[in-house]
Design a protein around this ligand. Structure first.
Ligand SMILES: Cc1cc2nc3c(=O)[nH]c(=O)nc-3n(C[C@H](O)[C@H](O)[C@H](O)COP(=O)(O)OP(=O)(O)OC[C@H]3O[C@@H](n4cnc5c(N)ncnc54)[C@H](O)[C@@H]3O)c2cc1C
Ligand code: FES
Length: 279
């Protein structure tokens, strides 16, 4: 059940030049599914006015950890947060990646499949919870993690500790295979198996992942990183074009062009639903 709270910063530590981990207290937190997010704002500030969306990286005993990349004004201000500072959060929001073992989001025939998680840079965020929950439920997983270079692979050490099978690619070749994470995906899908692909990262990467999975006849879910203003389905600012009217939940459909609302209907979508030409 989502709630709007003012909560305390527990820690805020830089882990790589552009990446930080922010721990925040959240008493009474029940559960959060992999892919769900919160809208966060620095308490008492009116600039930036709007909350920013962040996935939940880890669930702490009485709180959550956010893993964030500094890209603009809001995230730059977040780097100045100290233990004891307060932030406003709204959440948990959105849907999640289906757990093929137990999730009600999983479709017929998807249970028990091996999950290939494809992450680009900060797109790693939803996969830590999926990794943890996957271990609980016994699903088989492999992580394909790509970045520009070795300083663009946040959280890698956490995943090594989870014991997940990891393959890395970097564009500059500083770690893992030189090239794109989508090259790793092509290789993985060329092996015999019963797979489902989950992806999170830049839109160009997601589009290519969707194309590769489609060509291989493999089910694929993507978490869309859309600029958001309200996070609650009110402003329609995060609308994304979908291919057909089917299941247009919170979305709308003027002039036979169909949209879904990423913050309400997503952020996780069946890749087949998305009109990738419009992305
Ligand atoms: C569902 C969801 C989950 C997310 N989870 C995380 C997360 O776990 N960690 C994390 O670091 N980031 C995450 N993001 C992206 C994050 O919300 C943006 O990076 C952040 O809002 C930027 O705020 P800013 O004020 O620093 O940047 P701004 O000053 O608002 O913008 C700086 C630059 O970043 C671009 N930008 C702004 N918002 C986004 C966005 N949503 N996606 C891509 N580019 C954007 C702008 O176009 C601009 O070029 C998530 C986004 C969504 C939609
Ligand atoms: S951000 Fe306002 S409707 Fe999604």
């Amino acid at each position: 059940m989502e709630s709007n709270k003012t909560v305390e910063v527990l820690y805020n530590k830089q882990i790589l030049p552009a990446y930080y981990k922010l721990g925040i207290g959240w008493k009474g937190l029940t559960d959060i599914e992999p892919g769900q997010f919160v809208m966060l704002r620095l308490t008492g500030r009116i600039d930036p006015l709007l909350r920013r969306p962040f996935g939940v990286y880890k669930i702490l005993g009485q709180g959550i950890e956010i893993l964030y990349k500094v890209v603009g004004k809001g995230t730059r201000l977040m780097t100045g947060l100290r233990p004891g500072d307060m932030v406003d959060i709204l959440g948990p929001l959105g849907n999640s990646f289906p757990n093929p073992i137990s999730s009600p989001f999983a479709k017929e025939g998807q249970r028990g499949m091996k999950i290939i998680m494809v992450a680009g840079g900060i797109g790693i965020v939803p996969f830590y919870l999926l990794g943890v929950k996957g271990q609980w439920s016994g699903s088989r997983q492999v992580l394909l993690f790509g970045g520009m270079g070795k300083e663009d692979l946040p959280g890698l050490e956490d995943f090594k500790k989870l014991g997940i099978n990891i393959f890395i690619s970097t564009e500059d070749g500083s770690v893992g295979k030189k090239g794109l994470v989508t090259d790793l995906l092509k290789k993985e899908l060329s092996k015999k198996g019963n797979y489902i692909v989950y992806a999170c990262g830049p839109k160009g990467m997601l589009k290519e992942v969707a194309r590769i999975a489609d060509k291989a006849g493999v089910a694929c879910y993507v978490s869309l990183d859309q600029v958001m203003a309200c996070g609650m389905g009110a402003c329609l600012g995060c609308a994304v074009k979908v291919r057909e009217r089917k299941n247009v939940g919170q979305g709308f459909s003027p002039a036979n062009v169909f949209y879904k609302i990423v913050c309400k209907d997503g952020p996780v979508f069946d890749a087949k639903e998305i009109d990738w030409e419009a992305i």
